[in-house]
Structures are given as C-alpha cells and as structure tokens.
Design a protein around this ligand. Sequence first.
Ligand code: ADP
Ligand code: NI
Length: 223
Amino acid sequence: MNDEKVARVEAWVRENMLSDGGAHDWLHVDRVRLLAEAMARTEGARMELTLLCALLHDISDYKLNGGDRTKAAAMARQRLTEDRFDAQTVDLVSDYLTVSGFSQSASQDRSQWPLEWKIVQDADYLDALGAVGVARVFWFAGHRGEPIYSDPELPPVGEWSDRVKRTRSTLAHFEKKLLRLHDSMLTSSGRALGEARHKRMLDFVNGLVEEWNCHDVAKLEQS
Ligand code: ADP
Ligand code: NI
C-alpha cells in the first residue's frame, strides 16, 4: 500500500466532501475508515482498496448534491486517476460508489461483492447503529425539521410496523431502516459489532417508549 498517496486522498476528501455539518461529515467518514481498517485486518482484505472505498464513500452524497447518484463515482475516478492509482483499483472504488448509492435496491446481489465493498458497507451501517446512530438520526431529522413522533401513544417496538412507519417522524426511520440494519450485515466482523450496537439502540428505543407513554410513573405509586 502507498501510505503517502492514501494520505493525499484523505486530505482531499476532508477539503472536498459535501457535508451536512452533523450526520454526513468528515467525522462520520473518519469513523467508517477506522472501523473498516480494523475489519479489513480481521477479514484479510486488501487494505488500500478498503481505505479508499471508506474515505471516498460519501464524497458527494446524492441527498446533498441535488439527487445525482453518479457524481461521487466520477469524482473518485478522476481524483484516483490523477494520482496514478492502478486501473483495477480505480475501477473497484468508483464501481463501489455507484452501487452503494443504490444498495437498498432489491436488484443488488451483495453476496457477490468483493470483500472490501462488503466491509465498507458494514462499517457505514455500523455508524448508523448504536449510540452514534441514535445521535445521527435525531440530528438529521432535526436538521430537516421532522418531529420525533406525532402521536401521544407509542406502541411497544414489536407492534410498530405500519403504525409508526406511516408517520413522517424520526421514529419512522428507526422502523423503516435502523432497527433492521443488523440483519443486513455482510461480514462476520460486521455482524459481531452490529449485534452489540443494535442492542444498545434497541435499549434506547425501549426506554423511549416507556418514557413517551410515562409508564415509569407507575413506579412512583409503588414507592
Ligand atoms: P450513509 O450515507 O452514511 O450510508 P444515510 O445517508 O442512509 O447513510 O444516513 C446518514 C445518517 O442520516 C444516518 O445516521 C441515518 O440514520 C440518518 N438518516 C438518513 N435518512 C434519514 C431520515 N429519513 N430521517 C432521519 N434520519 C435519517
Ligand atoms: Ni456514510
């Protein structure tokens, strides 16, 4: 691996990525890079490819660039080609940025992905789970002016399905995506880290349900 060239890419990402100032920012990319680096070591993946995919994965998020899902791949291709990374690496990084923009789509057979793509996808999911995931989701929704939830009654998590999903609220994003992410991990290191982070997130959500409905007041009456 050429450490100097990777460090130059890192500096370029810090200067050029589109940031929303809280959920998609350099610090998110830095955490994904650190997670992916450790996972690549455990899984025996190609380190340079893993780091480049992690560093560049949010260079131009479509939610922040006016909806263009191809821009990130084009920017990465141009930057890596200028610095004379080999053609296979350039292709693999820019193809990852193309497919990850559509990774929720059912047409993707992610089991066929190169290991390095799987690791970076899992690392990105890990940063949407756990305590950091809770902080990011409320930051993102607050930034967009979305309410926490829109009903005085919040059912237990096991009964959320349609009722919570239909609301335009932060909790709908938990139901639609965050509480399912741990089942979408593609690597064993992602699954191992994901289980602990999922549990921490679920503990938080269960606490939120209890307090939202003020069920803890029952404890006052018992004391
Ligand atoms: P990434 O691009 O890093 O893979 P996403 O773009 O899906 O991840 O989300 C970035 C962060 O913003 C995550 O923490 C996610 O929970 C949060 N987020 C994404 N979409 C929504 C939404 N509709 N409502 C609230 N939070 C969201
Ligand atoms: Ni990301």
